[in-house]
Write a new protein. Structure first.
Length: 191
């Protein structure tokens, strides 16, 4: 992974195959098409469904404001070769129970599943969170039925540390969810 670089358009984190960067206005069509899939929304607490162009524009504006702070937590996942958006990753995820601990969140457009992109993106953002933002711990929770996401978390070095009571149920009706966490001293390469 190359060290994150900060420029006028925000912080960029590059890995072997991916570029994590600020959302751009011209990501709108890809964002709406990919995030609008119920197979994505049903596993997340934060992606509206149906997903409108207005939702997409609001998300892009929020992400751009986040990058303007100089220490952003919200990134588009793009293919390095094409710079096209394939998903999203951030340290601005929902904590589930209202905790103020930084929370990892991610999604990948369905056509891109099964290539290791989520673990590659998540690992890079965890590394950025500890080394650049100076975070001490990062948490994530997942719907109890979301085995694919739990595999990503475990692969990136997070440990299953217990369960949390959710403030709102998952789309599948669960009020409790497994909690995962990694501390700065546990940081290791996962890809
Ligand atoms: C969670 C989600 C991002 C996982 O996507 P994914 O494609 O399964 O995860 P990865 O990108 O890490 O890919 C891992 C898979 O790619 C395979 N793979 C193929 N080529 C690979 C490569 N070069 N490197 C690593 N893994 C590779 C792995 O073996 C693994 O497959 P397996 O699960 O059958 O063992 C995706 O299912 C999703 O977006 N879901 C909806 C949103 C969501 O759940 N978000 C998380 C909320 S907590």
């Amino acid at each position: 992974m190359r060290a994150p670089s900060a420029g006028a358009t925000g912080v960029i984190i590059e890995t072997e195959r991916l570029r994590m960067r600020a959302h751009r206005d011209d990501d709108l069509a890809d964002l709406v098409a990919l995030a609008g899939n119920w197979e994505i929304a049903r596993w997340t607490g934060t992606i509206p469904h149906p997903y409108s162009k207005t939702d997409g524009r609001e998300w892009i504006a929020r992400a751009q404001q986040d990058h303007a702070t100089g220490h952003p937590r919200t990134f588009a996942i793009t293919m390095k070769k094409t710079d096209r958006l394939i998903g999203g990753v951030g340290l601005d995820g929902s904590t589930g129970d209202g905790s103020d601990e930084p929370a990892l969140g991610y999604w990948l457009g369905q056509p891109y599943w099964g290539n290791g992109y989520a673990r590659e993106a998540a690992a890079a953002v965890i590394d950025y969170g500890f080394r650049t933002l100076g975070l001490k711990t990062i948490r994530a929770y997942a719907d109890p039925g979301n085995t694919e996401s739990q595999k990503v978390l475990l692969h990136c070095g997070l440990k299953h540390v217990g369960e949390i009571e959710l403030l709102t149920p998952t789309h599948h009706g669960a009020w409790r969810a497994p909690l995962f966490r990694i501390s700065r001293h546990e940081l290791r390469r996962c890809v």
